[in-house]
Design a protein. Structure first.
Length: 162
């Protein structure tokens, strides 16, 4: 009987130490109450800094679907992602229907895939790629793509050269 009391007496400090350790771990896992530390920071994406986390997630999801559709030459998916007045030629100006035939005739699918794989940045109301196109004072004459919000959704607005 004295042996069991000795064992219990030895276990009491271990049990107390375990409780203290669990309490410390629990408190350390709680978020801080420092408002400066917890202030919501803008979400960073591979496109630009946005103020709305939902917008960043929404744009990234759209961009992922766009890149997959371009890589697969999925004209049905692309058509659903484009604006009604999608611009595909500056000289002479061309928009709307005929874009896929134009890309096929000119062999532009590889160029399109390369441009939409670039990082998109904000330029006015558009997200554009490549980023050089958005640089102030720069004269960029290559292919470029633009995406914008239309009726609350992201839409592929143009892919032009010039």
């Amino acid at each position: 009987m004295s042996q069991s009391r000795t064992d219990f007496a030895l276990m009491r400090p271990r049990f107390s130490n375990c409780l203290v350790l669990v309490a410390a771990l629990t408190l350390a896992a709680c978020p801080s109450t420092n408002p400066k530390k917890d202030a919501k920071k803008p979400a960073k994406t591979d496109t630009h800094v946005v103020n709305d986390e939902t917008e960043a997630i929404d744009f990234q999801a759209f961009l992922g679907r766009l890149r997959k559709a371009v890589a697969a030459h999925d004209v049905n998916a692309l058509a659903a992602m484009m604006t009604v007045d999608f611009g595909y030629r500056l000289e002479p100006v061309a928009s709307g229907p005929g874009v896929f035939q134009y890309w096929d005739e000119k062999g532009l699918w590889v160029e399109l895939q390369a441009v939409v794989a670039e990082r998109f940045v904000q330029k006015d109301a558009y997200m554009v790629a490549p980023p050089q196109f958005a640089e102030a004072g720069a004269t960029y004459n290559g292919y470029r793509a633009g995406i914008r919000r239309a009726n609350g959704s992201w839409k592929f607005a143009y892919f032009v050269n010039g």
